[in-house]
Design a binder for this molecule. Structure first.
Ligand code: LMR
Length: 398
């Protein structure tokens, strides 16, 4: 079976991550893969996580399976983190949440679920979107299409084109929306634009699939789910994928969740049972440790407070680096206006750098960014900002 198999290139983003790791240049700068880094360039374990782990180590009684849906205590905690305790979906039992291995695991279970419920449904993703969305849904056997999102001339949301395209999506298809901190552009709709998007999604009777991977990295825990809540106000059914990788810094613990929202509690239970069936056929049971950490933090008032402070420190640092980068670039070059970078949200920025400029930065300065011009702002710190700004100015002024 194996003798005629051809090798395929690995994922470009992960390949870039490996290339960076191997690069011996001492002053190398990683603006590639989306992980948070502190001012020392490290991806730290949050102190709140360390405390939670100490408690878990002391109190853990068993390594038994936790069941396909994962830790039962996690679901209500994640629901209220996203929607607030008093949300009507929670009171009316119209939302059910299953733990998953990371946000990617949640997306794959969502894909399998959609395929099980309506194999003819297509899924519409923004152009551009996180590159792995295509792989994950193709892997689940779903046809993926795109709607316009980015206006390269203006470095802004292509809002009118986006609405016009959503208008043409056949009813019953799935539309994927990024809750906040859009990956890769960093460009989010305004609240007024979310209003219009949510009206149109409901009017077209599309199934919204909201990818919520960066809650707390944009403007704040509550602010970053305003658009998501508007969608849920208008659409009676939805799927939401959550990632705890970024906001808890739990990248390698693989902890996320899939939530099902339905018009009636009974529908919700039925769909949830189908999601659990998809999980059983895939990885059977999720890993327990990441869920235990998130549960411990969210259910302890002091730990939760500490985590919120640590999250806001990460958010504030990223925001400061955006502003500093824009300030430096405008002082070094009048070739291009980079002020739009300061208004983008979350870790990522579609910087407007061309493929050729990205290559120049890597070849000459060991500065790693994605070919599309996406840069991870969290990779910038006070120590490398000067070198980075000089290099970008040189790359665009050539
Ligand atoms: C990214 O876009 O860089 C992150 O979401 C990490 C990943 O797995 O691709």
């Amino acid at each position: 079976m194996f003798e005629n198999v051809k090798a395929i290139p690995g994922d470009a983003l992960l390949a870039l991550m490996m290339e960076f790791k191997k690069d011996p240049t001492p002053a190398k700068i990683d603006l590639g893969v989306g992980v948070y880094k502190d001012d020392a360039g490290l991806t730290p374990i949050l102190p709140a996580v360390k405390k939670a782990e100490a408690l878990i180590l002391e109190n853990e009684q068993s390594k038994g399976y936790i069941g396909p849906a994962g830790a039962p205590e996690l679901a209500p905690l994640l629901q209220s983190l996203m929607l607030g305790d008093q949300h009507n979906l929670i009171r009316e039992k119209r939302i059910a949440t299953t733990q998953t291995p990371g946000g990617t695991g949640a997306l794959r279970v969502a894909g399998d679920l959609i395929n099980a419920l309506n194999p003819n449904a297509k899924i519409w993703v923004s152009d551009p979107t996180w590159s792995n969305h295509f792989h994950v849904f193709a892997g689940a056997g779903i046809e993926v299409r795109t709607y316009p999102y980015y206006d390269a001339q203006q470095n802004a949301l292509a809002f009118e084109n986006m609405l016009a395209a959503i208008h043409e999506i056949p009813s019953g298809d799935v539309i994927l929306l990024h809750a906040s901190c859009h990956n890769p552009t960093g460009i989010d709709p305004t609240l007024e634009q979310w209003q219009q998007i949510s009206d149109l999604v409901a009017e077209r009777a599309l199934l919204p699939l909201i990818d919520c991977a960066y809650q707390g990295f944009g403007d704040g825990l509550e602010e970053d789910v305003q658009g998501l809540k508007l969608i849920l106000e208008k659409s009676p059914e939805a799927l939401i994928t959550t990632s705890c990788s970024k906001n808890f810094g739990l990248y390698n613990e693989r902890i996320g969740a899939l939530s099902v929202v339905a018009a009636e509690p009974e529908h919700c239970n039925n769909v949830f049972s189908q999601a659990c069936n998809c999980i059983r056929a895939n990885y059977s049971n999720p890993p327990a440790h990441g869920a235990a950490i998130v549960t411990t933090i969210l259910s302890d008032q002091a730990l939760r407070q500490q985590w919120e402070t640590e999250l806001s420190e990460m958010r504030t640092r990223i925001h400061r680096m955006r502003t500093e980068l824009v300030k430096n670039l405008s002082a070094l070059s009048d070739e291009r206006d980079f002020s739009f970078i300061a208004a983008q949200k979350g870790m990522f920025s579609y910087s407007g750098l061309s493929r050729d400029e990205v290559k120049y930065l890597k070849d000459k300065y060991a500065i790693y960014a994605v070919d599309s011009g996406r840069i991870n702002i969290a990779g910038i710190n006070d120590g490398n900002l000067g070198r980075l700004s000089q290099a970008i100015a040189e790359a665009i002024d050539r």
